[in-house]
Design a protein around this ligand. Sequence first.
Ligand SMILES: [Zn+2]
Length: 200
Amino acid sequence: MKQWQCTICGYIHTGEEPPEKCPVCGADKSLFIEVTPQKNAAPPKSSSKPFQGASLYHRITDLMIQHHIHPISAHVPNGVAPAAFLFVFLSVIFRFESLSTAAFYNLVFVLVCLPVVMLAGFNEWHKKYRSSKTPLFVTKIIAAFVVATAALILVVWYAIDPGITTTPSAARIVFLLLHLVLLAAAGIAGFIGGKLVFKD
Ligand SMILES: [Zn+2]
């Protein structure tokens, strides 16, 4: 049986032909190369090996990819965002205003982390996945921008109007829904990231 490797994400397919589309990243059939192991031959080199850049920029981005800076840094805001969501809803339910302030500081922290997460993610997408624009990567990038935009709006909004969570209003509903959108987008970006890392 032959083996085929997706040159975008490294997924290995076993069969006479490569699949029509990569089940992990959605890359086209034409982007698969045959990597059937030959007897007494060295295993095929992984396509995901970062290339040897000469410039400082290439060396830094290669090191960031090798040391998994994107998935590691992404766990920080992805862990804090659900806490912000929980705090803001508890604050509304129990009319406990300091929880809204806690949620606000959590979101400030998310906002501070995001440039590192997004820059590392962009580098990884550009080098490791060669800027592949399959629906999977496009969705992940859109989700990242939704997280950043929602976090920015919520932080600025609360800074201007810290009383937003205390009185029932249409604006408060939008404020709460925006927390939900942020959490959902962070979840989508994280889910796709996990799919790319674990390929299942
Ligand atoms: Zn793939």
